[in-house]
Design a protein around this ligand. Structure first.
Ligand code: GA4
Length: 316
């Protein structure tokens, strides 16, 4: 049975006991495997989610950033609240009244703030680590997207990666802290990510769940040495629906605190998001109206978390 604390008691938990008992494994892609591109494309078509190993990101870089972030979240609440204008949030997600058992830092990677150590409320070392981590994550994101282009047989192989490596790319970085609790709580409600792909890394504490194509939810066993990738809404459009963005959520059920760091790879604001021409078969039409990332982001950020945002842009 699910027991909710008072603070989230008003949240309707969606079908959290409908786990798919037949689904045994999250797809794993070994980036050093010469066939990695095939496994990436299969995972994106079938699940919209996979884990990458042999990713080349040094683990000490990841753990030292996590340690710094954890010491921020350990600060007294009044101190953390001072960071609210700079991306700190506590229990409130987005602008439309969504809540969750989570506190977080949410930073735009291209706003200039990270490059300027701003706000100075965080120590210089923290900013240095964030910059190093983001550089490594952008590289990993591009590697995955280039292999994806190879697997889809589209050229040039940078057709997707250039969207997140462009100077004006509008990516986000989020550190979520789910405090320990002895009760099951909705940490982060179900949603798809609006961007192209998101790269998630967490400590060794469970909670992340994904929805399969048939709507059943499966738990993702944590693996702190690996990264998990989600197919996001823009990638669904870029592939004209061949890949579907994956619904995911976090249900905390552990006495241990969970911390996750997510890089959301987004395109430049004025980039047109439409199916990649070289992927389309003869006579195939786009399933979506043409829009820019700025159009999509404005619409998306104005919705509730669980909203099917992509449907606003589907052709009737
Ligand atoms: C989900 C993915 C990212 O965390 C995020 C989220 C954003 C936010 O936290 O402000 C949104 C959510 C996310 C989509 C719908 C809107 C906007 C909260 C919300 C209710 C940073 C993003 O890009 O979209």
């Amino acid at each position: 049975m699910v027991v909710l604390s008072q603070s989230v008691a008003h949240i309707n938990l969606p079908t959290i006991n409908s786990f798919d008992s037949n689904f045994t494994q999250i797809p794993v892609v070994d980036l050093s495997n010469p066939d990695a591109q095939i496994h990436i494309v299969n995972a994106c078509r079938e699940v919209g989610f996979f884990k990458v190993v042999n990713h080349g990101v040094p683990m000490e870089m990841v753990t030292s950033l996590e340690t710094q972030a954890m010491s921020f979240f350990k600060l007294p609440q009044q101190h953390k609240d001072k960071a609210a204008p700079f991306g700190y949030g506590n229990k409130c997600i987005g602008q439309r009244g969504d809540t969750g058992w989570v506190e977080y830092l949410l930073l735009g990677t291209n706003t200039g703030l990270i490059a300027q150590d701003s706000p100075a409320i965080f120590p210089h070392d923290f900013w240095l680590m964030i910059r190093k981590y983001l550089a490594a994550l952008e590289k990993l994101t591009c590697e995955v997207l280039e292999k994806m282009a190879d697997g889809l047989n589209i050229e040039p192989r940078t057709v997707l990666s250039r969207l997140v490596s462009a100077e004006k790319s509008d990516s986000y970085f989020r550190i979520n802290h789910y405090p320990a609790s002895d009760q099951t709580k909705l940490g982060f409600g179900e949603h798809t990510d609006p961007q192209i792909i998101s790269v998630i890394r967490s400590n060794n504490v469970s909670g992340l769940e994904i929805a399969l194509k048939d709507g059943t939810w499966v738990q993702v066993p944590p693996d702190p040495t690996s990264f998990f990738i989600t197919v996001d809404d823009c990638l669904q459009v870029l592939t004209n629906g061949r890949f579907k963005s994956v619904k995911h959520r976090v249900i905390t059920e552990s006495l241990k605190e969970r911390i996750s760091m997510i890089h959301f790879g987004g395109p430049p604001p004025n980039e047109k998001i439409a199916p990649i021409a070289s992927l389309m078969e003869e006579g195939e039409e786009s399933l979506y109206r043409e829009f820019t990332w700025d159009d999509y982001k404005k619409a998306a950020f104005n919705t509730k978390l669980a909203c099917n945002r992509i449907s606003f842009f589907e052709k009737c």
